[in-house]
Design a protein around this ligand. Structure first.
Ligand code: SAM
Length: 294
C-alpha cells in the first residue's frame, strides 16, 4: 500500500488556501496539464537511471509524468497542493508501494525531513549509502523562482533537477554572463548547478494551453560557493544588490551599500571596467569583488 504521511508544513497563506479549496480558482495554481506522452517520456529519461533513486515530483497534477516515474523510480514522492488532485492520485497509487503522495504546498515542506528519512530507510535496507534524490516537475509557473530557491537551499539532498518552466525563464536560468538574458536568476542557478536547456514545447502540448512556450531544463547540482571562497547566502545577497536595477551599472547599484572609493578600488583590482553592468560579470569575478568589498 502506498503510505500516507503527514509532513510538517509552515502555515499556508489565506490566499493560497482559498485557491486550493475553490475549483474555480485553480488557474491560479498554474494548472496546465501535459498531454504529450512523448514529452513526458523525454522528461523522465532526462533523469537518467532512477531505479535505485528517490525521485521527488513537484506538482504531479493529473499524473502525466507520475505514471512513468512510478514504473521506473526506486521510490517516488509526489507533492501536490490541490486537494482533489492529491486525493485522486492517492487512490490511484494506493496499491503501489514505491509511490507516496503528499498533499502540501511545496514551498512549505521540509525537504530534509522528507528526503533524509527515506534515504535512511533505503540505506539501512541495502547496507550502503544510496545516491542523492532527483527532482522532477512541470512547475506551476507562478512560483518557479521560489521553488528553485528552495531547491538550492536544500541542495545537499539532490543531485539532478529536471524541470519544465516558461521558455523565457529557461532562457534566463541558462544564460551565460555577458548575454542580455543573464541576471540574478542565472547567477544564482549557476552558483548551485550546471544548467542545460533540453527542449521546448508549444502551448498545444498542454491542457489548457498556456499563452507561452515551455522549456525543459536539467540542472546538475554542483554548488560552487566553496570553490569561489564565498558564503553562499551572503554571496546571493550581494548578487541581489548588484543586479538590483538592470539598467544601472554595477557601481551605481552597489554604491548605496558600499563607499564609492572602495567599490572603485575593488573593481580595479578585479579587472572590471567602471561602467560595466552586472550582467556582463562572470560569477568568478563577482565573487572576487564580493570578497574585496566584504
Ligand atoms: N505534472 C503535471 C503535468 O505535467 O501535467 C501538472 C503540472 S501543472 C503545470 C502544475 C501542478 O502543480 C498542478 O497540478 C498544481 O496543482 C500543482 N501546484 C501548484 N502550486 C503548488 C504548490 N505550491 N505545491 C505543490 N503543487 C503545486
Amino acid at each position: 500500500m502506498s503510505s500516507e504521511r503527514r509532513v510538517n508544513v509552515a502555515p499556508v497563506s489565506k490566499k493560497n488556501r482559498a485557491s486550493a479549496a475553490m475549483p474555480q480558482k485553480k488557474a491560479k495554481l498554474g494548472q496546465n496539464f501535459l498531454v504529450d506522452p512523448a514529452a513526458a517520456q523525454r522528461i523522465v529519461e532526462a533523469l537518467g537511471d532512477i531505479s535505485n533513486s528517490i525521485v521527488l515530483e513537484i506538482g504531479p497534477g493529473r499524473g502525466a509524468i507520475t505514471k512513468m516515474l512510478s514504473y521506473r523510480a526506486g521510490r517516488l514522492i509526489a507533492i501536490e497542493f490541490d486537494r482533489m488532485l492529491a486525493a485522486q492520485l492517492r487512490i490511484e497509487y494506493s496499491r503501489t508501494p514505491n509511490v507516496e503522495i503528499i498533499e502540501a504546498d511545496v514551498l512549505a515542506v521540509d525537504f530534509d525531513t522528507i528526503i533524509q528519512g527515506d534515504l535512511a530507510g533505503i540505506s539501512d535496507r541495502q547496507n550502503h549509502p544510496p545516491a542523492k534524490a532527483r527532482v522532477v516537475g512541470n512547475l506551476p509557473y507562478y512560483i518557479t523562482s521560489d521553488i528553485l530557491l528552495k531547491l538550492f537551499k536544500f541542495n545537499r539532498n539532490f543531485d539532478t533537477i529536471v524541470i519544465m518552466v516558461q521558455r523565457e525563464v529557461a532562457d534566463r536560468i541558462s544564460a551565460a554572463s555577458g548575454t542580455s538574458n543573464y541576471g540574478l536568476l542565472s547567477a544564482t542557478a549557476q552558483l548551485y548547478s550546471d544548467v542545460e536547456k533540453l527542449f521546448t514545447l508549444p502551448p498545444g502540448a498542454f491542457d489548457p494551453p498556456p499563452k507561452v512556450h515551455s522549456s525543459v531544463l536539467r540542472l546538475r547540482v554542483n554548488p560552487k560557493a566553496e570553490k569561489l571562497g564565498v558564503n553562499a547566502d551572503q554571496f546571493v545577497s550581494f548578487l541581489k544588490l548588484g543586479f538590483a536595477q538592470k539598467r544601472k551599472t554595477l557601481v551605481n547599484n552597489l554604491k548605496q551599500h558600499f563607499p564609492l572609493e572602495r567599490i572603485a578600488e575593488a573593481m580595479k583590482v578585479t579587472g572590471l571596467k567602471p561602467d560595466i553592468r552586472a550582467e556582463a560579470v562572470s560569477l568568478e569575478k563577482m565573487a572576487k569583488l564580493f570578497n574585496l568589498l566584504r
